[in-house]
Design a protein around this ligand. Sequence first.
Ligand code: ADP
Length: 267
Amino acid sequence: MTAEAKRTAFQELPFYSPQGQEIALFENAYQHQLPVLIKGPTGCGKTRFIRHMAARLGRPLYTVACHDDLTAADLIGRHLIGDGTTYWADGPLTRAVREGAICYLDEVVEARKDTTVVLHPLSDDRRTLPIERTGEVLQAPPEFMLVVSYNPGYQNLLKGMKPSTRQRFVGMSFDYPRPETERQVVMGESGVKTATAERLVALAGGLRALKDHDLEESASTRLLVYAGTLINNGFDPVEACRAAIVEPLTDDPETADALMEVVRAVF
Ligand code: ADP
């Protein structure tokens, strides 16, 4: 299995604060064996949501971080050589199909086009996975579910998902949570008290409203959680925000100064 793939079997339900109807929609898609596509900026809760849903539905989760070298064999499997013989090793997608697990392909648009084509027979009503190398054709059990995510912000013409792939999925758009939800998330994840969480959320609002700076993405919920964690451990809030929010967002000193002004206005 590729180094990026991870199998998780959950004993506990990972904390997830819903943004809308996504839990009911996901459960419905699972019951009707429909694959799901989740769009949204980085750090807004997509992965946490899927971990939560896998635990809720009682299914193991295979997570694959897609990248531009990811081949179909990385997902399906390959022959390996060991002890003088060759043997077949399932990839994470094949394992998920055999086990009736949820397979989550994170940042699927990064993967090569030929890779996404292997998803086609799995993501329509055939629900099959042909393994060319071994001649097997696996029929996915009802418990198997395919979930993909991508960040529309990074998309370019070369990388967009093909309509023939997109149109096989039920789609959901995620964004940063509403302030009240985000405050709960920051408190629950970092341990800060209400007042600090409120300031961090207000800071995120201020940073997200900055339009005239050349930021690829704005402050995510994840960054607020990081800043909260530093503050909760006794770090000065302004320095915590510099380290956890401003530095990861930009390399440009002028932009960093502008972001720090917003930080100082809040803390
Ligand atoms: P994404 O997959 O969208 O990049 P993650 O799911 O990894 O983002 O979210 C980043 C972090 O933000 C999580 O580890 C979690 O601490 C927090 N988080 C964001 N949204 C939520 C939410 N709705 N409920 C609980 N935690 C959340």
